[in-house]
Design a protein around this ligand. Structure first.
Ligand code: TYD
Ligand code: MG
Length: 461
């Protein structure tokens, strides 16, 4: 019997230590070390894993001259889901390991089952979380499968890989990596060592059989993939499925892609019958009301490579308690605090005496700094209770001294705004260098400071 080994493992990055430490020296996270008991099975079992027969038969790794290797000999599998194809860089690469992370209930299982059912191929869907009946119920909501979908409710990697070896699926889906256990280790499922071991077993299988594998992974409370760093370097592609559970929109972002760009993103809408691709997001993210209301402003943002127009809404009201409240959905609170400080200091608005609530339409999280100008305009509009005309939109970053800074890729933003029928776009003076404003079907209003924006937008009304 092998002797039991205890270690402490950082649940963030997988660094190990023989004793407990408060702060991880590798990733500098606090309080992430957890005790894990590792029992290796006997030396013989370790030498021949349960799928060892397969390994010896098929895997004869030999050095090969680089020029003799044919790239692209194996075709990418193109799915019927355009959004997923683009996020993956043009389809599923054979032998790739794709991690898709997201919060519970966001729709990871739905997305993967839907992709499996729409593929004209043999797919093995391994579920460690749901029974076959539950998967069937979900499948019935989604519709009729095109190809062959096989379902396996199993958590033991050895048995999963044995089945996979027998079936030779074209695509393997694991739901989720945190439920798997490898018989090689005696640690509990979801612990760092189990996740790492299971992922590397699957990785070996993927590379040797050229089967693409999708791994579903849960996100920790802090919003990171559980054990993110340790899975990130094992897998080829990391996708994040995000959105607000109370809204129907979901965004699939690429965080890492060995076969394509990380600028792509996919947008979905959660319906009663599964997820639907959203090809024209701007039209959905603008509010449907015809009436101009105070506190709302439209931002011309770019997410990934896609320009989209998002409505931002602010509500500014007198603070009742001593400390004013600030709440933001889909926007960084610290950035909101900074914008409010700029408004107070540079324009003299008494923001420290007002509660400010901020909301992005559709509950979509926006990282693009070009949204600042719309947010500032929405805040001023609500503060003054003067509506902004509905055919005006904004693209600009606000700096600490109240200057409006240039934003990247201004042309697609202007074009998208013009396409959607906006009549005027406010943007930084500095974005317009080398741009011919007469080329666009929309009036371009350059501004360089917040007070200038205020004068142009509100002083006249
Ligand atoms: P699920 O895929 O189980 O999430 P995850 O695997 O990320 O935990 O998604 C569950 C949610 O999606 C649940 O709240 C119900 C909703 N849903 C729909 O709205 N329509 C559908 O067709 C399906 C299958 C689920
Ligand atoms: Mg699930």
């Amino acid at each position: 019997m092998a002797k039991a080994k205890k270690t402490f493992v950082c649940s963030q990055c997988g660094a190990t230590s023989l004793k407990w430490i408060g702060k991880c020296p590798a990733c500098e996270a606090w309080n992430t070390y957890q005790e894990e008991i590792l029992v290796r099975e006997s030396a013989a079992a370790r030498a021949t894993p349960a799928w060892g027969a397969f390994q010896e038969r098929d895997y004869k790794g030999q050095p090969v001259p680089l020029e003799q290797i044919k790239a692209g000999a194996r075709q990418r599998i193109v799915t019927s889901d355009e959004e997923l194809n683009s996020v993956l860089g043009g389809g599923i690469v054979p032998g790739s390991l794709v991690l898709i992370g997201g919060q519970p209930g966001i729709g990871k299982s739905t997305l993967m089952l839907q992709v499996a059912m729409a593929l004209d191929a043999r797919v093995l869907y391994v579920s460690g979380e749901e029974s076959e009946e539950q998967l069937k119920m979900r499948a019935e909501r989604i519709g009729q499968p095109v190809g062959e979908v096989w379902v396996l409710a199993e958590v033991n990697t050895a048995r999963i890989l044995q089945h996979a070896q027998k079936m030779c699926p074209d695509v393997l889906i694991i739901d989720s990596i945190q439920t798997l256990i490898s018989p090689q280790l005696d640690a509990a499922p979801g612990t760092v060592s189990q996740v790492r071991e299971c992922a590397s077993e699957l990785q070996r299988y993927a590379k040797q059989t050229h089967t693409p594998i999708f791994l579903i992974g849960h996100i920790t409370k802090e919003g990171a993939l559980a054990g993110p760093k340790l899975l990130e370097h094992i897998v080829d592609v990391v996708l994040q499925f995000e959105g607000d559970q109370h809204y129907v929109y979901r965004i699939l972002r690429t965080l890492k892609n060995r076969f394509g760009s990380t600028d792509e993103l996919g947008i979905y809408e959660m319906r009663h019958s599964g997820l639907r691709q959203v090809t024209n997001p701007s039209e959905l993210l603008l509010s449907q009301s015809d009436e101009a209301l105070s506190g709302s402003a439209v931002a011309a943002t770019i997410e990934g490579l896609r320009p989209m127009l998002i409505e931002t809404q602010a509500l500014v009201s007198k603070a009742i308690y001593g400390t004013p409240q600030r709440t933001a959905t889909g926007f960084d609170l610290r950035r909101l605090a900074m914008l409010l400080a700029v408004l107070e200091k540079r324009c003299g608005f008494p923001m420290s005496m007002h509660d400010v609530f901020l909301n992005m339409a559709g509950g979509i999280r926006v990282d693009d700094p070009a949204i600042d100008l719309a947010i500032v305009s929405a805040i001023i509009s609500s503060f003054r209770d003067v509506a902004i005309a509905p055919d005006i939109c904004f693209a600009g970053e606000v700096g600490l001294s109240g200057e409006i800074r240039a934003v990247t890729r201004i042309e697609p933003r202007i074009q998208e705004a013009a396409r959607l029928g906006f009549k005027k776009i406010f943007t930084s003076k500095y974005s317009l260098k080398g741009l011919d404003p007469t080329l666009f079907q929309i009036a371009i209003e350059p501004v360089s400071r917040i007070d200038e924006l205020y004068d142009k937008l509100f002083a006249l009304s």
